[in-house]
Design a protein around this ligand. Structure first.
Ligand code: DSN
Length: 424
C-alpha cells in the first residue's frame, strides 16, 4: 500500500496533466484528422513508448556501449535495426535519430563538409526546411541550391534539376518533400546524381509507409542514403530512421553518435521495432494501398465540387487545395475547420502570392482516417463535410459561427462513430 501511495498512477499523481491527456485522447477520437504528417499508432506502439526503457542511457551502438546494463537494450536496438533493414531491403539502418530533422543533419554531417553545395526542393514548392532552406542549419552551414516545380503542372521539373546540378555540381542532392502530391522519379534523380557525382539522398518521411507497403516506388536501389520519420504513413512513434548503403554505414553511425546526439531514446527504439514488424505484415500492404486510393477518391470528390488541386490531383497520401477561387485564405479556413472538428493545416501552394503564415492553400492527408478504417466509399462524405465547413468559413470571412461549428462537430462525431481510433 505504501508503495502505491508513493508511486501512484498518473491520474492520481497529476490529475491536472491527466485531464489534459484525456482531453487530447477525446479530441483525437472525435476529430476528422487530416494533417498529412500525422496518424494513429497501434496500442502496441503506444505501450512500447511508455516502457521502462526510458530510464536507461545507451550511448554507442549494440555491443559497443559506454554504459553497463545493456542486457535488453542491445537486443531491442538490434531487433529494430534488423526489422528496418528487412522492411526496406536496406544494407544498413540507424534507428537512433530523434526525428527527421536530426536524421537529415546526420546525413549531411556524414556525407558532406560544411560549405559544400547541396540541392533540394524549395520549401514553397513543397520541400522541407532541412533540404537546405535558408533559415535551417542545412541552409546556413551548407551552400544550398533549390529547385522548384513547373508553373503549369506543379510537377518537379527534372530538366531544371539536371541543369542546376550541371551548373552547381552539388555534393549531395535531396529528393523528398513535405507537401508534394506526386510520386517521385527516383531513377531520374539517380541518373542526374550519377552524372555530377553527387550523393543522392531521399527523404521519404511522408511516404515511408507507402514505400514499405509497396504503394510507392522504393528509393533504396537508387540512393546513397534514405531518411525518414517513423510517425507519418509508417504509423510508428515520433522518431527518425536512416537507411544507407553499407559503404556509408560507419560515417552515418558516427554522425548520429557522437556527431549529433547523445543517448538514444530506447523506448522510442522499441516502439519503432514494433511499428516495423506491423508494417511488414500483409495487412499493411492493404493499408498503404487504401491510403492512396482514399486520397485519389477524395481528390476526385473535391474536384467535382469545384476545388482546385495543386498538380490536378494526387499519387500519394496528400492533396494540396488552392483556395484562391473560394475567396478565403488557408489560415482562416484551417481555423474554422478546427472548430468544426476537422483538423488540417494551412499550406503554401507553389507560386503563392500570400505569406507562409497565412497562405492560399490547405494540405489534406488520408493516412489517419485510413487507419480508422474509412475507405473510398466514405470519401464523398469527407468531401461534403469539408465543403460545408469551407463554405461556412468563406461566408463568415473566417469568423465561423459558434452554432454552426458545434453542429458540424456533432456531425463529424456521428460520421466517425463506426470507425474506432486505433490505440485510444
Ligand atoms: N512537420 C512535418 C509536416 O507536417 O510535413 C514535416 O516535418
Amino acid at each position: 500500500m505504501n508503495q502505491v501511495r508513493r508511486d501512484p498512477p498518473l491520474p492520481e499523481a497529476d490529475p491536472e496533466l491527466w485531464r489534459l491527456i484525456e482531453g487530447e485522447d477525446a479530441r483525437q477520437r472525435e476529430s476528422l484528422r487530416l494533417i498529412a504528417s500525422e496518424n494513429y499508432v497501434s496500442r502496441a506502439v503506444l505501450q512500447a513508448c511508455s516502457a521502462s526503457l526510458t530510464n536507461k542511457y545507451a550511448e554507442g551502438y549494440p555491443n559497443r556501449r559506454y554504459y553497463e546494463g545493456m542486457d535488453f537494450i542491445d537486443p531491442i536496438e538490434t531487433l529494430a535495426i534488423d526489422r528496418a533493414k528487412a522492411l526496406f531491403s536496406a544494407e544498413h539502418a540507424n534507428v537512433q535519430p530523434y526525428s527527421g530533422s536530426p536524421a537529415n543533419l546526420a546525413v549531411l554531417l556524414a556525407l558532406c563538409s560544411p560549405g559544400d553545395t547541396t540541392m533540394g526542393l524549395a520549401l514553397p514548392a513543397g520541400g522541407h526546411l532541412t533540404h537546405g532552406w535558408k533559415v535551417s542549419a542545412t541552409g546556413i552551414y551548407y551552400k544550398s541550391v533549390q529547385y522548384g516545380v513547373r508553373r503549369d503542372d506543379h510537377r518537379i521539373d527534372m530538366d531544371e534539376v539536371r541543369a542546376l546540378a550541371r551548373t552547381h555540381r552539388p555534393k549531395l542532392i535531396w529528393c523528398g518533400h513535405s507537401a508534394y502530391p506526386r510520386e517521385l522519379d527516383f531513377a531520374a534523380f539517380a541518373s542526374i546524381a550519377a552524372e555530377v557525382e553527387a550523393h543522392l539522398v531521399a527523404d521519404i518521411a511522408h511516404v515511408a509507409g507507402l514505400v514499405a507497403g509497396g504503394a510507392h516506388a522504393s528509393p533504396i536501389p537508387h540512393c546513397a542514403a534514405v531518411t525518414t520519420t517513423t510517425h507519418k504513413t509508417l504509423r510508428g512513434p515520433r522518431g527518425g530512421l536512416i537507411l544507407s548503403r553499407a559503404e556509408h554505414a560507419a560515417a552515418i553511425d558516427k554522425a548520429v553518435f557522437p556527431g549529433l546526439q547523445g543517448g538514444p531514446h530506447n523506448h522510442t527504439t522499441a516502439a519503432k521495432a514494433v511499428a516495423f514488424a506491423e508494417a511488414a505484415r500483409p495487412q499493411f500492404r492493404t493499408y498503404a494501398r487504401a491510403i492512396v486510393d482514399n486520397a485519389r477518391a477524395l481528390a476526385e470528390a473535391l474536384s467535382a465540387r469545384g476545388y482546385v488541386l495543386v498538380s490536378g490531383g494526387t499519387d500519394n497520401h496528400l492533396l494540396l487545395v488552392d483556395l484562391t477561387n473560394r475567396g478565403i485564405s488557408g489560415r482562416q479556413t484551417s481555423g474554422v475547420l478546427n472548430r468544426c472538428g476537422i483538423e488540417l493545416n494551412a499550406n503554401s501552394i507553389p507560386f503563392d502570392q500570400r505569406k507562409p503564415f497565412d497562405p492560399s492553400g490547405i494540405r489534406i492527408g488520408t493516412a489517419a482516417l485510413t487507419s480508422r478504417g474509412l475507405d473510398t466509399a466514405q470519401m464523398s462524405e469527407v468531401a461534403a463535410l469539408l465543403d460545408d465547413a469551407i463554405g461556412h468559413a468563406a461566408a463568415t470571412a473566417g469568423a465561423g459561427d459558434g452554432g454552426f461549428c458545434q453542429a458540424m462537430r456533432a456531425r463529424v462525431r456521428e460520421f466517425l462513430q463506426p470507425y474506432p481510433a486505433p490505440g485510444l
